[in-house]
Design a protein around this ligand. Structure first.
Ligand code: AMP
Ligand code: GLY
Length: 460
């Protein structure tokens, strides 16, 4: 059918899931992953190009070359937040390319907590009360005054290390001291947001966004939410242990009923859309609403300007539409008439990590995946932190054949096994059956992804 070429920028599990979703579209003939990972290396229609995401100019140049002479509909999907915050979408657009991912101005909604909170307050988005401080003493005075649970957030991008949920003033003061005086996060901690502590259960709502001044004028600017999802941030079962980048996701999330969704639309989504329009942003891409479902309704914790990881690995397999067509609709501004539809059922996506994660962990460990067993379980393995070994096959290492194109671990979060089921229990059973056919030294995973309450920590 089609003959479209696409490019996916990023190297995580989210990007593997995006590439896999694109590969399933009959419109797409070729997917270039920059740099991709050991999963995209062998994914259908995919080819990796080894340029680091942080090398903005090289990435833009590679995209330009790869798409030169491609059919008009070809596009680039930017996966992670860092290149978006660095303005890669602006650069790609200047190079004449079609891109899924907001421009730098919109990306500041994730890159700066201060910008995000000002935006929320300005446009009346339901969220925690907050104030921003660039003076440590003033921030300390404020948390002493609150004298109870409070949340301290470093302003800048800090890879998940910039938020401290403090049960008391002393803990909050320590966080302020770390961020603003000891500069443990570098310039990301020069400003802090002091925020009201919210109690409840968190849910991730990913959404497609198509907003430009022209679309707004034509009444076609839209944010369309996907099915809800829930990440499980703590390392261990029962939401114990340290925070991580995410130990697994379930979609849809329980406890997100029609009433919550209706309140979310009215109090969070709609004012966000009006804000994006009022700011005059060119925001065509994805937005991720990190929402706390409190007793008095949903409140926004944060915006991410991209899809979530590992939520994407649970949400995209529920799509009953063509992902490539949706990307085109985002770019062309036709989300208002796009036929979104979702499978009835659940996807559970537990993540396997390397022993030691989220602290230091070994890399380069060989990994085996019994593909037949994974497919028998009805699951899909999305690779996150693993690369394809380039050693030539046939040699033996210890008691094990070293295969050409063997997977070796390269990150803390190594992979997710995503499985669909008509019920949560069936989705869980299939996902965990698939994980049994994966092995690498020191492999660790939570066993309770998707169970009720599994994402809620007893401590704060
Ligand atoms: P953020 O990066 O802003 O989403 O914060 C990271 C995590 O800190 C969230 O996923 C929540 O678990 C927690 N958190 C952030 N803000 C608050 C808040 N106001 N009240 C309670 N927990 C919060
Ligand atoms: N799962 C949380 C995130 O993607 O930031």
């Amino acid at each position: 059918m089609g003959s479209m070429k696409t490019i996916v920028i990023g190297s995580g599990g989210r990007e593997h899931a995006i590439a896999w979703s694109l590969a399933r579209s009959p419109l797409i003939t070729e997917i270039v992953c920059i740099p991709g990972n050991g999963g995209t290396a062998t994914e259908s229609k995919c080819r990796n190009v080894g340029i680091a995401v942080s090398e903005t100019s090289s990435v833009v140049e590679a995209c330009r070359k790869e798409l030169a002479g491609s059919p008009d509909g070809s596009f680039v999907v930017v996966g992670p937040e860092d290149p978006l915050a660095a303005g890669i979408s602006d650069r790609l657009a200047e190079a004449g390319l079609r891109v899924v991912g907001p421009r730098m101005a919109g990306a500041a909604l994730e890159a700066s907590k201060d910008v995000a909170k000002r935006f929320m307050h300005k446009y009346g988005v339901a969220c925690a009360a907050s104030d921003t401080y660039d003076d440590a003493n003033a921030a300390i005075a404020r948390v002493r005054e609150i004298n109870g649970p409070v949340v301290v957030k470093a302003d800048g991008l800090a890879a998940g290390k910039g938020v401290v949920v403090a049960p008391d003033a002393d803990t909050a003061v320590r966080a302020i001291h770390d961020f603003m005086i000891d500069n443990t996060l570098g310039s990301a901690g020069c400003k802090v947001v002091i925020e009201e502590y919210l109690e409840g259960e968190e849910v991730s709502i990913l959404a497609a966004v198509s907003v430009t001044p022209a679309l707004a004028k034509a009444g076609k600017a839209r944010i369309v939410p996907f099915v809800s999802a829930r990440d499980h941030k703590r390392l261990k079962d029962g939401a114990e242990g340290p925070n991580t980048g995410g130990m697994g996701a379930i979609a849809p999330a329980d406890g997100v009923d029609e009433a919550v969704l209706a309140a979310f639309r009215v109090e969070i989504l709609e004012p966000t859309l009006q804000g994006l329009i009022a700011e005059g942003f060119d925001y065509r891409g994805f937005i991720f609403f990190g929402v706390m479902v409190t007793k008095v309704g949903p409140k926004l914790l944060e915006y991410n300007v991209r899809l979530g990881d590992p939520e994407t690995q649970a949400v995209l397999p529920l799509m009953d539409f063509d992902f490539a067509e949706m990307c085109a609709a985002i770019i062309d501004g036709s989300l208002d008439s796009f036929p979104f539809a979702w499978k009835k059922g659940y996807v559970c996506a537990p993540v396997a990590v390397s022993r030691g994660y989220p602290g230091s962990y070994p890399k380069g460990l060989p990994m085996t995946i019994d593909a037949a067993a994974v497919s028998k379980a009805g699951a899909k393995v999305f690779i996150a932190g693993a690369t394809m070994n380039q050693r030539v096959g046939g040699a033996r290492s210890g008691d094990r054949a070293v295969m050409d194109g063997e997977l070796v671990t390269s990150g803390g979060r190594v992979l997710a096994a995503s499985a669909f089921g008509p019920t949560v229990d069936e989705a869980r059973e299939r996902a965990y059956a698939a994980l049994k056919s994966v092995s690498f030294d020191g492999m660790f995973f939570r066993r309770d992804i998707g169970l009720p309450g599994a994402a809620v920590s007893k401590e704060m």
